[in-house]
Design a protein around this ligand. Sequence first.
Ligand code: SAH
Length: 224
Amino acid sequence: MTVLHTEGIGMTSRRTRERMIRRLEEQGIKNADILEAMRSVPRHLFVDDALASRSYEDTALPIGYGQTISQPYIVAKMTELLMLERPLKKVLEIGTGCGYQTAVLAQLAEHVYSIERIEPLYQQAKALLTNLQIKNISYLYGDGYLGWPEKALYDGILVAAAPAEIPETLLKQMAVGGVMLIPIGGKRNEENEQILKRVTRTSSGYDIEELEAVSFVPFLTGVN
Ligand code: SAH
């Protein structure tokens, strides 16, 4: 892919990005392909100019419309839990947001299908990722609750917003051996209210593991 740098921020961002990678290693992210993917994606381009200098900190940042770009550790961890050391072919992402996680997944999977329910976010992410010459992504403006049945089955599904329970529709779109990462719970910022779950589709059903407490924006139905 082509990495874009705006003049001036280029060197600084490369250094701070390298620092982010070292921090992820310290935090226990081991998969070298994921670290390389996050080294290659210019995270500062995914946030507002006013926040660009903070874009490599390990924190979520506002992207408008009441939504946030996930913190780097969560992006890396979710991706690592999704991959399980296997190559990813078709991945469905619910909640494109600013498109950062989408860009990281696109470095690792054959193709990424990404759904966003807020139209301006969908438009902006699509424009930016197209500009970055990332070609193995398909975009949908719609309600992720429905998934993207026309393109199913997926060997990975990553949900970046928290519903109250696992949508049946998404379970049906998983291939056997496929994995879904999904935060489940209510409102964010109240301790232990959401739990990250990993669902694996087996030949006879679904295995569900509860992984760790997380804090995501709510999964909303319908479109905006
Ligand atoms: N990975 C994104 C996360 C953005 S926050 C990033 O780092 O930028 C989660 C996103 O999920 C928001 O943009 C929100 O609008 C979207 N979302 C919430 N519920 C959704 C649904 N039902 N369908 C599609 N997108 C949804």
